[in-house]
Design a protein around this ligand. Structure first.
Ligand code: GCW
Length: 622
């Protein structure tokens, strides 16, 4: 489908067309966006913009006699303008006050997993927005629209390339590609969005240096020289993002060095330019022998990093996935996030719905982040990153409702407390995106609110994960990961299912501080949604609600399927504009098929092992 001005609207339909092309700074962008809103017919009161450089990213909205005054720095004044416009359009209360609205996290990042040839790893919204045919290739108009979307929810860092740096994306930091990269950075600058680049740890080897050892002087000097060149073209680059010693990527382990030595070497090259070195902690043995019962993958990150606390330079940020495994539906918060009080940390979430329905099945994430932010040691984490759900599709996110995840992520990254009220956040997205009757608006909000638990019930209940097709990660394959080298086993057999990660098992629960350690260690205390993540239980184990484990497995799967059917009924009642309606309906048919497959296959799988009949006599296929 071709993108037209009307269609590329994300949640900003009151700003039709494109942000102005000639604008160079956030203050001018704010003025220009106000004009666009006025010209679109929005009935705006008088709005005065007051640039106060020292306010930086913060903004303050004050009521005046005839309207509002938005004060803020570069780009705060633009953030404030978008917030005000959105509140007025959605007819929500404008939050005015004397204290400036400040972001909780300094770096609010989007990580794109885009490859230079134009594909997107785990991308479900079409090809890359930034690359094609082995080079940087983008539509400047869409870049400005993306800048507008990101700034409207306060996101400020965009890493454009995959952490798996496949050739020729390594050229992004080489002179050949830098002029084009500089042009891209210019497009995002007026939105307060800074670019970031994923780099290949072993890049010096491509330049005749025989090693990538972080303690080697030639390696250190190469990175210094390279950083200096990159910053000559893009002086405000946010920094480098690195996946090292992870899933076959090169890293310091090859040279007998630890990750503080590796990260600090790169950080020192960036330091003179104010750049951050963001180092991912997704390090584990991806070549595990399934016969090996000593190794427990969720323990890996803590074992690799916790002891290094305090040894990282002050411009290093360790980026830790929200859970210890890998973006499964239900995971506890990674224990590493509690274990490094003297190190800058970022938490990484995944908007791309790799394990959560692939932008086909409905899955709104705010309720999940609510749990994450409730349990996160807030003062110790200084940045957030999200794996992007964006692509070249007409609406950026494939499923028109998947945009709610980018939207709520941005607001949450600004002010995590707001996820407490996931419902209002999602309602705001609905109001901004569609013009629905009150009843239909409530229906869509209800669908979004329930979508996660519905998906979890049919696809991954009680903390089970990995029952998917290997590699593609869509659809049920309960034994799919059991005998693979990925360390991802639920070990279902005729006696029970789950892994004992308590002090009597792998000891993973011991990596947590209290109160989490005791909570997770004891099956009687452990929350249901994490039960089989932490414990191995027999099918006749009696759950908190009095049902047996096997009955709960059956019930949840039937309820999940019924939930998906209800979502389809609800969708049918909505008057959505095209092409949203067609796109949402098409995907809903796929979701229904998927939910049925999950329900039937998983129930049959457990029935075959347990030999226990469903107490309610529903059909479980032999
Ligand atoms: O979950 C895995 C994904 C990989 C991804 C990796 C990571 C970019 O399946 O596609 O690689 O995580 O986060 O590095």
């Amino acid at each position: 489908m071709n993108a037209t001005n009307d269609i590329c609207r994300s949640w900003l339909p009151f700003l039709p067309g494109d942000p102005a092309e000639t604008v160079r700074c956030a203050y001018d962008m704010a003025r220009s966006e106000l004009n666009i809103a006025r010209e679109s017919g929005m009935n705006l009161p008088q709005i005065i913009l007051n640039l106060q450089e020292d306010m930086g990213e913060s903004f303050r909205i004050a009521k005046t006699e005839d309207g509002y005054q938005v004060s803020g720095g570069e780009p705060g004044v633009l953030y404030g303008t978008y917030r005000l416009l959105m509140a007025l359009y959605a007819k929500e209360k404008v939050v005015c006050g004397t204290t400036p609205c400040k972001p909780f996290y300094g770096l609010r990042m989007i990580n794109c997993w885009d490859n230079a040839e134009g594909t997107v790893e785990r991308g479900y919204a079409g090809m890359s927005l930034f690359f094609d045919g082995g080079r940087l290739s983008y539509d400047a108009r869409r870049m400005r629209q993306l800048g507008r979307m990101l700034a409207s929810v306060g996101l400020n860092v965009l890493c454009i390339n995959n952490v798996n740096v496949h050739d020729p994306a390594h050229l992004l930091i080489e002179e050949e590609w830098l002029p084009e990269l500089a042009r891209l950075a210019d497009l995002f600058r007026p939105f307060g969005v800074r670019l970031m680049l994923s780099i290949d740890y072993a890049q010096p080897i491509r330049h005749g240096i025989p090693t990538a050892d972080p303690l080697d002087e030639a390696v250190q000097n190469w990175w210094k020289k390279q950083a200096e060149m990159v910053y000559r073209y893009v002086p405000d680059l946010a920094g480098f993002l690195v996946k090292a010693d992870s899933e076959h990527r090169p890293g310091p382990f090859t040279y007998g060095r630890n990750h503080a030595q590796g990260a600090n070497m790169l950080a020192r090259a960036l330091k003179p330019f104010g750049g951050w070195l963001v180092w991912r902690c997704f390090v584990y043995n991806c070549m595990q022998d399934w016969r090996d019962t000593q190794t427990d993958r969720p323990k890996a990150a803590y074992e690799h990093y916790a002891w290094l606390d305090g040894r990282f330079d002050d411009n290093v940020i360790l980026q830790i996935k929200n859970g210890p495994y890998d973006f499964q539906v239900s995971e506890p918060v990674s224990p590493l996030l509690y274990a490094m009080p003297q190190t800058h940390l970022a938490v990484e979430v995944q908007l791309a719905q790799e394990y959560t329905g692939q932008q086909i099945d409905l899955y709104a994430m705010a309720p999940m982040w609510k749990e994450l932010f409730r349990d996160l040691p807030a003062q110790k984490v200084m940045a957030v990153a999200a794996v992007s759900n964006l692509g070249r599709d007409w609406n950026f996110t494939g499923h028109p409702f998947a945009a709610v995840n980018l939207f709520t992520y941005g607001l949450m990254a600004w002010w995590p407390d707001c996820v407490e009220d996931s419902e209002s956040l999602m309602r705001l997205w609905v109001k901004l995106t569609y013009r629905l009757s009150e009843e239909q608006e409530n229906t869509l909000v209800d669908m979004l609110l329930n979508s996660r638990s519905i998906y979890a019930k049919y696809a991954a209940n009680l903390g089970l994960g990995w029952m998917v097709y290997p590699h593609t990660h869509y659809g049920p394959n309960p034994g799919g990961y059991e005998f693979t080298p990925w360390g991802t086993y639920h070990k279902a057999d005729r006696n029970g299912v789950g892994v004992d990660r308590s002090d009597k098992g792998t000891g993973y629960a011991q990596q947590y501080p209290e109160p989490f350690q005791s909570l997770y260690n004891d099956p009687a205390a452990c929350p249901d949604e994490l039960l089989l993540f932490f414990h191995r239980l027999s099918y006749d184990h009696v759950m908190k609600d009095g049902r047996t484990l096997i009955q709960r497995l059956y019930d949840d799967h039937f309820e999940g399927l019924a939930g998906a059917e209800h979502l389809a009924e609800q969708l049918a009642t909505l008057d959505l504009p095209e092409p949203d309606a067609a796109e949402a309906h098409k995907r809903m048919q796929q979701q229904l098929h998927n939910a049925r497959e999950w329900c039937d296959i998983t129930n049959t799988f457990f029935h075959r092992y347990s030999g226990v009949e469903d107490a309610r006599g529903r059909t479980i296929y032999p």
